[in-house]
Design a protein. Sequence first.
Length: 308
Amino acid sequence: MKLDHTAHGVYAIAATPFLPDGRLDLASIDRMTDFYVSCGVDGLTILGIMGEAPKLDAAEALAVASQVIRRVDVPVVVGVSAPGFAAMRALARAVMEEGAAGVMIAPPSSLRTDDQIVGYYRQAVEAIGSDIPFVIQDYPLTQSVVMTPAVIRQIVMDQPSCVMLKHEDWPGLEKISTLRSFQQKGSLRPLSILTGNGGLFLDFEMERGADGAMTGYAFPDMLVDIVRLSKEGRRDDAHDLFDAHLPLIRYEQQQGIGLAARKYVLPRRGAIAHETQRSPATALSAAARAEIDYLLERLGRQDARAKL
């Protein structure tokens, strides 16, 4: 079930569940995995930023990946970004042996020039092996690395094992259009484009040519509906549903507390047992919790899934 350029739909970015004392919540990993699958997702992405991957040691990261991969029959993409290529290679080879569909690689924040970015991905492929399909994670708001469409095109054309772009530039609609234009003109081979940013721009991203979403909004089933409605050409229905969820999506996208907001909602949806983040972490204030409750109550009037 290796990842390729035809990947589409919703690949939910999964949280990593922790017990109140900070240990891995192994029971909730199964619970969470079943939740995402029940929402109709087409795949899962684990050990990303939302999965608090930097807070896990190597053994924990492999344990989480193995448990998820063995639990599902949908493709699983594993984040393997690391400060050095030795750790990246070890995790990438290990999760592929477990049955992962591919890996996701984010550029380190130290990269500044186009040549540095292209060179980094060349070295990453040399390290993990060209037989492993990989996803470029393009998230300049967090990674501080700006990848132009031309740079992405060069990486894709230079590295046949690059099969997907996780697009999280902001604003980024024109980038999607430019990449699809490259394809139409024959200068870019086929490439799956899944978008992030909590789904904040998914309504128009689908219309610009995205294949779906790869993000962690606490209502992945809504994302599934948006993608389906968009592909069916039901533009107004897609936008109406999106508009109903937009206040909560926006709230989740706040820098610093976004993960805390999602981990507050996910237990209420039955996805995980605890809202615990592993330290260092930012906790929600009582006021923030009340605001999320208010948003859920309002959303529940239009989407019964939010009646928690």
